[in-house]
Ligand binder design. Structure first.
Ligand SMILES: Nc1nc2c(c(=O)[nH]1)N[C@H]1C(S)=C(S)[C@@H](COP(=O)(O)O)O[C@H]1N2
Ligand SMILES: [Mo]
Length: 330
């Protein structure tokens, strides 16, 4: 797309250089991004990485069962969901993970299962998530920063994984940890957050049929910037609960620590259910901007849409919070 900055009549031909056009365009895009409250979505199609095979290794899953979850809404493009990310282990900017995550080595990858369960130990991802069980689940992801996407995940219900390890009655919560390895995750040399990134769910939330462990998107192995090789997806909660590149799952008795709750307890609670009726102390949660990944600049200017209670999954999950004051347990 070509954007005109001044009327041609205002500019002498000698003034126009390709560099000016580029810099002005960049300024305009930045201004538009700031004005809209969204971040810059790089134009993947025009980037030098456009020919890179999708997913962390260019491989597709051979057999993904379709599921009834999610239709109706327009999917965020592959380019959209791999260029606008939060993954602070690779930088705090939205396009940092896209540019920096190549140093992650998702294969081989093992996950330690520990805590109050009959079976514990260290397993490969393939041992934990059987290829023949894979399902496609189209879910909305609502980030606490008031943008959202619609993503076709590939994964398995977390409940099916948990059952195989036979947790006992002391296992009231499930705790998750991301890898710590500054060689693979260079921004762990900085302290934007305490490492490892940690998250947790109450056992009934973990066992809810909506909760999945995801290993891919769009039928391909999980892109590195999206949390390869395995990450959590809890669609009725804010995106920061969707912990990436998991190396440890623990069955624990007490509410486990959660990174953003540690970082700013008055702003981010343990539950973090999507709730338009409970504002973040610094901004409203009533609306969100849908990132479609289409249309370059126009994607930044999409009108805001209403945020739904529990991200639209209330029918499936509202019963989990019966009798709880959601202003207190936010
Ligand atoms: N380890 C780790 N997991 C993380 C994050 C992170 O910084 N580190 N960011 C979270 C946030 S804030 C969001 S919105 C989602 C974004 O997932 P996506 O990049 O696949 O859209 O990942 C979550 N998982
Ligand atoms: Mo987020």
């Amino acid at each position: 797309m070509l954007i005109k900055w001044k009327k041609t009549s205002d500019v002498k031909p000698s003034e126009i250089t390709p560099k000016d056009v580029f810099l002005n365009r960049r300024k305009f895009i930045q201004a538009a991004a700031i004005a809209s409250g969204a971040s810059l979505v790089p134009n993947f199609v025009n980037s030098s990485l456009a020919t890179t095979a999708p997913g962390y290794d260019g491989k597709k899953f051979s057999n993904v069962n379709k599921s009834a979850f999610g239709k109706a809404e327009k999917l965020t493009t592959y380019e959209g969901l791999t260029t606008h990310n939060n993954f602070y282990e690779f930088g705090t900017g939205k396009s940092d993970p896209f540019r920096n995550a190549r140093t992650l080595e998702p294969s081989p990858w093992s996950v330690e299962i520990t805590g109050h369960a009959a079976k514990t130990g260290t397993f490969s991802v393939e041992d934990i998530i059987k290829p023949h069980q894979l399902e496609e689940r189209i879910y909305r992801l609502r980030c606490v920063e008031a943008w959202s996407m619609v993503i076709p995940w590939v994964g398995v219900p977390l409940a099916d994984v948990i059952k195989r390890f036979e947790p006992n009655s002391k296992a009231k919560y499930v705790a998750f940890e991301t890898l710590v390895d500054p060689k693979q995750m260079p921004d762990q040399e900085r302290n934007a957050l305490p490492w490892p990134y940690v998250e947790g769910l109450r056992m009934d939330e973990a066992m809810n049929p909506l909760t999945i462990l995801a290993v891919g998107v769009y039928g391909v192995h999980m892109p590195k910037q999206n949390g390869a090789p395995v990450r959590l997806v809890v669609p009725w909660k804010y995106g920061f609960k969707y912990i990436k590149s998991i190396v440890k799952i623990s069955f624990v008795e007490k509410e486990p620590p959660a990174t953003w709750n540690i970082q700013a307890p008055s702003e981010y609670g343990f539950y973090s259910n999507v709730n338009p009726n409970v504002d973040h102390p610094r901004w409203s949660q009533k609306k969100e901007r849908r990132i479609t990944g289409e249309g370059g600049l126009s994607a930044l200017l999409t009108p805001k849409i209403e945020t739904k209670f529990m991200n639209g999954y209330a029918e499936e999950v509202a019963h989990l919070y019966k009798g709880m004051d959601l202003n207190k347990f936010f």
